[in-house]
Design a protein around this ligand. Structure first.
Ligand SMILES: Cc1ncc(COP(=O)(O)O)c(C=O)c1O
Length: 430
């Protein structure tokens, strides 16, 4: 039986530097953990008494059903509270409280992130989001006219526009490969990249989980194929970190960018960039940095005055995620996904799911469409009639509605969504 003391000690042991917070901040997690007992992650995925405790850790507006947690996610209340407390503290005497007291504590956040990603803290830059992380690498790599970069036509648009700016400015070549949704196999995906490689290829950019269908890409296979050819691989991990369990060594990559306001449940405006130590001197910082920082990961953090409380609250968010456990979290997210997707698939052959369901090719993010319905209009109808937030997606090769629950999503919310779609299929959305 888990005792409160054991549980809190377990959290402290899991973290090199336990963030400062009141013990009652762990209250909901403690109650959930006591309910969990020794049950497996799979068994617990369907255990509502456990997840209802997790749901209570969030103060969110339940008058809307939020099934777009891919954009960004609410933070648990005690994470937000830490940020607000620190913001008040900063405001009392900014130059002293922010620069002298809070900024040095970012080293704890760096250590906590490094521990969870399985790397050295000297390889982690704390940044504002995945856009900043990825753009540091995109604009910081030494590339010359004619050098080729390969990505996909399902790349996140902001990353693509950054590469395209380098095309206009530096004369590099940016190639976008296409792949089927869902893809037939990992080997097929690796092959799509391989076929586009030429002697001039210098970089591959791959999204760890695509934002369109939630496909988990075979990152390690792509890195293993590219590295012997001298090709760098940038991994856009915006959606992957803390969504499902993995470490850097499972990917073997050299560059990895993350948004922490998605699956880490940290305050909005937080992310990290991982750069393998040996590669740090080769990447220019996006904002100018002193030459003495050439091989120091902190050269990527020289952004001027910024809201430090956001970064420091990341440690509290990491402690919350560890309190649930990565295996329990992904088991629940896949359970929620399967609950609505399998129900819609069973009810109508007009429903198509473009995300591979199953244990390891996707997580919470899942794209479906209904034959004969305009997907954009269906999204609008779900919002106006049922107050359900979804994400209609239009790609030149496919379209659909992206559904993304989170750990605070209730079964009732999932079922209300499924009921509404089934009604649309039966009686239309006019
Ligand atoms: C795959 C992917 N990469 C990058 C980003 C950019 O994230 P942010 O806006 O937090 O920088 C997103 C945002 O949704 C994304 O889905």
């Amino acid at each position: 039986m888990t005792t409160r003391r054991n549980f809190v000690r377990g959290l402290a042991g899991a973290s090199i530097a336990l963030p400062v917070m009141r013990e009652d901040a762990f209250g909901q997690l403690f109650k959930a953990n006591a309910i969990a007992g020794d049950r497996s992650a799979a068994a617990l995925a369907e255990e509502e008494p456990y997840w209802s405790q997790i749901q209570r850790a969030f103060d969110i507006d339940r008058t809307m059903i939020n099934l777009n947690n891919g954009g960004c996610s609410p933070a648990p209340t005690h994470v937000l509270e830490q940020m607000i407390r620190d913001t008040h503290f900063v405001n009392e005497l900014p130059v002293e409280n922010m620069w002298r007291t809070l900024e040095p504590r970012m080293e704890s956040t760096r250590r906590d992130l490094a521990r969870d990603f399985g790397v050295d803290p000297e390889e982690i830059a704390v940044v504002r989001n995945a856009t900043e992380a990825n753009e540091i690498v995109i604009f910081g790599m030494n590339l010359k006219a004619g050098d080729e970069v390969i990505s996909t036509n399902q790349n996140y648009p902001r990353m693509t526009t950054s590469w395209q700016q380098r095309v206009r400015r530096d004369g590099i070549v940016f190639k976008e490969i296409s792949f089927k949704v869902p893809p037939p196999s990992d080997a097929y995906l690796v092959d799509q990249f391989r076929k586009a490689i030429t002697p001039r290829t210098k970089v591959i950019e791959v999204t760890h989980i695509t934002n369109l269908t939630g496909q988990i890409m075979p990152v390690r296979d792509i890195v293993r194929m590219a590295r012997p050819l001298g090709i760098e691989v940038l991994v856009d991990g915006a959606h992957a970190f803390n969504h499902f369990p993995f470490k850097r060594d499972d990917l073997e990559c050299d560059y990895y960018g993350v948004s922490l306001h998605k699956w880490t449940l940290a305050p909005i405006g937080s992310g990290f960039l991982y750069v393998r130590k040996a590669k740090i001197p080769e990447i220019w910082s996006l904002q100018g940095s002193d030459d003495s920082l050439k091989d120091n990961i902190r050269k990527f953090e020289q952004i001027g005055t910024h809201p430090q409380p956001i970064y420091n609250a990341v440690s509290t968010a990491l402690a919350f995620s560890r309190g649930i456990g990565a295996d329990k979290k992904i088991a629940r997210l896949r359970f929620l996904r399967d609950r609505w997707a399998n129900r819609l698939l069973a009810a109508s052959d007009r429903v198509k799911v473009l995300t591979p369901l199953g244990p390891d090719k996707s997580g919470a993010i899942c794209l479906f469409n209904v034959e004969g319905l305009d997907q954009g209009k269906l999204g609008g109808w779900l919002s106006s009639k049922y107050h359900i937030v979804t994400t209609p997606m239009a790609h030149p090769e496919f379209s659909g509605i992206r559904i993304t629950p989170n750990v605070y999503t209730t079964l009732d919310e999932i079922d209300t969504f499924s009921d509404a779609v089934l009604k649309a299929i039966k009686t239309g959305i006019a």
